[in-house]
Design a protein around this ligand. Structure first.
Ligand SMILES: C[S@@+](CC[C@H](N)C(=O)[O-])C[C@H]1O[C@@H](n2cnc3c(N)ncnc32)[C@H](O)[C@@H]1O
Length: 304
């Protein structure tokens, strides 16, 4: 199903087709130097989507963790603008996770519009039957966001397939395309959505890192390191803040072993409480911790 494709008419200079696990797993999609204009616009009739087609792996319910976080924390942001437009960037080989996003946010956000963007035109053609604009639509587009000005961008399991420099430029390009007050949620998860991590960014830059897990599925919190977003994964080494954070989390987890009697989620909550007591700048309601989630301020984990 996923044989090699010709280079897309984009800023491509290399087209590795493999997510982690394939024979080309050391290669990463790379974009040529950033275009001069900060917010590239699409020429009329000549759409130029920024990015490269990569593997389209997806699964029903895979993105439930980030969607629950969006529901719990971002509904006021979505209700604020006149046009609550959401972009799901890189929805993959089927429309399933985009449709789930509509189902989850729709009841809470009057007038919600979700547009799934794919760099691969064949994947847009394949989901034509799922189009129901303006509620949900699918178009060809890349990091330039197809000229849309969304208040929220969910980009999941997309940037990990790029090299770190290209991923950083992709952040900049997407940030420039946001509506005022907009947010990008960029992250990664495993195939079944049990281990997940994401960064939230606004027009000024990254704000937070969230880790979220089915706690019964992990041995230690640092198991989530394998799901860190591109901006952090290569920095999980001694001396870097994200490594210190995961080390502190593992130590707190070990100290909270006694809470296992009450279940793994109670142990997670106790460990996160210990992190808060150590002055790690945790963000948001402690109620989220019961869901196997924790959000920390970006400044505490940003690479140095
Ligand atoms: C692994 S799938 C992720 C699917 C879904 N978001 C998920 O998490 O299950 C990655 C998809 O992102 C698409 N993609 C890669 N770069 C892109 C870009 N710059 N803009 C839009 N889509 C992109 C690929 O073509 C692929 O279909």
């Amino acid at each position: 199903m996923e044989g090699p494709r010709p280079p897309h008419p984009s800023h491509a200079r290399a087209v590795p087709r493999d997510e982690a696990g394939g024979s080309q797993h050391k290669q990463r999609a790379s974009l040529s130097p950033q275009p001069r204009r900060r917010a590239p616009r699409l020429a009329a009739g000549r759409a130029r989507a920024l990015g490269l087609p990569t593997r389209g792996t997806t699964n029903a319910n895979r993105l439930r963790r980030v969607d629950r976080w969006l529901l719990a924390t971002q509904v006021p942001r979505l209700r604020d603008p006149v046009r609550p437009l959401v972009v799901d960037l890189g929805y993959g080989a089927s429309a399933v996770t985009t449709l789930e996003l509509v189902e989850r946010l729709g009841p809470e956000v009057p007038g919600l519009e979700v547009v799934g963007l794919e760099i691969d035109p064949a994947r847009v053609a394949a989901v034509a039957a799922d189009r129901d604009p303006p509620r949900v639509d699918f178009r060809v587009g890349g990091f330039e966001l197809a000229g849309l000005r969304p208040v929220l961008v969910r980009a999941f399991n997309v940037l990990r397939q790029y090299d770190e420099e290209s991923a950083a430029r992709a952040w900049d390009t997407m940030r420039a395309g946001l509506a005022p007050g907009g947010l990008i949620v960029e992250g990664t998860c495993d195939e079944w959505g049990r281990r997940s991590a994401w960064v939230a960014l606004d027009a000024d830059g990254p704000l937070t890192l969230t880790l979220s897990a089915r706690v019964s599925d992990i041995d230690t919190p640092s198991d989530l390191a394998e799901r860190l977003p591109k901006a952090l994964i290569h920095h999980n080494v001694p001396g870097q803040p994200v490594h210190e954070f995961l080390r502190a989390f593992d130590a707190a987890w070990a100290s909270a072993a006694g809470f296992s009697t009450f279940g793994p989620r109670q142990r997670w909550v106790a460990a996160v409480e210990a992190l808060a007591a150590q002055d790690w700048p945790l963000v948001g309601s402690s109620r989220r911790w019961r869901h196997g989630e924790v959000t920390v301020r970006w400044s505490a984990v940003a690479p140095v």
